[in-house]
Design a protein around this ligand. Structure first.
Ligand code: NDP
Length: 278
């Protein structure tokens, strides 16, 4: 019988994870069954326990359960411990291992797929929520010249600066503080695009040849990428590559085999032509 995996969240109907992992399984010949599970907002732990009791081997975790997944893990990887958020659970008889593959997924998409080196670059990370927290350390591991974290609620960005400044050159502030600054890479890790809005960015933040990256995916238009395009940025990417790469990292954790991602990214892009990366 195929080993059983699932993505758990609320809502979950929109999730592309079943499609991605089914494609990985076909490509690698790994015999797995992967489904999407809607957990009631007050019953995450029970839903995970039931899946595990029925022989489930692992889960991806999405909004809004990443912090809860951290709490139910009996062991955390270092990157999950640092992010205090779990997007991948691996079950054995003895333990629930919690991992966070979001940061590795983002960095691999930027560095490998988009061929954009982070080393000595000026990087702006917008947002200080769960997604931002998970990517700070993987970004710093590539030694950018500076990583500036800007958030609407300045205090949350400051807390990330405090936590991570021992790993690299980190600054924090709100959007007004960015006036007069230029960046080689601007990453939108806010959920503003979901509501069709844009953090109040000052003009002139994009350096020549910069890359604008919106973690959001699957929406008709990204106000952030539109803003970047209007201000002369020609390298644009949405979060489809990150989504596929974090999934590949989870698949590797579970199965010990690294699937190829380019064809899967291409497949998802062709479903959502508007998001094609340039
Ligand atoms: P959270 O709810 O944890 O954080 C939301 C962040 O967005 C906060 O920093 C919040 O600021 C900010 N924000 C929300 N609305 C606005 C606005 N109108 N203007 C300015 N800032 C705003 O969400 P996550 O961190 O979990 O997710 C963020 C995004 O990343 C989502 O779009 C999600 O889909 C995407 N994502 C993509 C992944 C991928 O694989 N491609 C993986 C994980 C996430 P404040 O603190 O002031 O409230």
């Amino acid at each position: 019988m195929a080993d059983s995996y699932a993505v758990i969240g609320n809502p979950i109907a929109h999730s592309k994870s079943p499609l991605i992992h089914t494609e990985f399984s076909r490509q690698t010949g790994q015999d797995i069954f992967y489904e999407a599970i809607l957990a009631p907002l007050d019953a995450f732990a029970v839903t995970v326990a039931t899946f595990r009791q029925h022989g489930g081997k692992g889960m991806n975790v999405t909004i809004p359960f990443k912090q809860e997944a951290c709490k139910i893990s009996s062991r955390l990887t270092e990157r999950a411990q640092i992010a205090q958020a779990v997007n991948t659970l691996a079950f054995t008889a003895e333990e629930i291992l919690g991992d966070n593959t979001d940061g590795a997924g983002l960095v691999r998409d930027i560095v490998v797929n988009l061929e954009f080196s982070l080393t000595v670059k000026r990087v702006l990370l917008m947002g200080a929520g769960g997604a931002a927290r998970g990517v700070v350390l993987p970004l710093l591991e590539h030694k950018p010249r500076i990583l500036t974290i800007a958030n609407r609620t300045r205090q949350k960005a400051y807390e990330l600066e405090q936590q991570f400044s021992c790993y690299g050159n980190v600054l924090s502030g709100d959007y007004a503080d960015l006036r007069g600054e230029k960046f080689d890479l601007v990453i939108n890790a806010t959920s503003a695009s979901l509501t069709g809005s844009l953090p109040s960015l000052p003009l002139g933040i994009f350096a020549n040849g910069s890359l604008a990256y919106d973690m959001m995916y699957g929406i008709e238009r990204s106000p952030f990428l539109d803003f970047a395009r209007e201000h002369g940025v020609t390298r644009l990417a949405d979060g489809i590559g990150m989504l596929v790469e974090q999934a590949a990292e989870s698949f590797f954790l579970w199965r010990g085999v690294r699937p190829k991602t380019d064809s899967v990214i291409g497949m998802l892009e062709s479903y959502a032509l508007k998001s094609k990366r340039v």
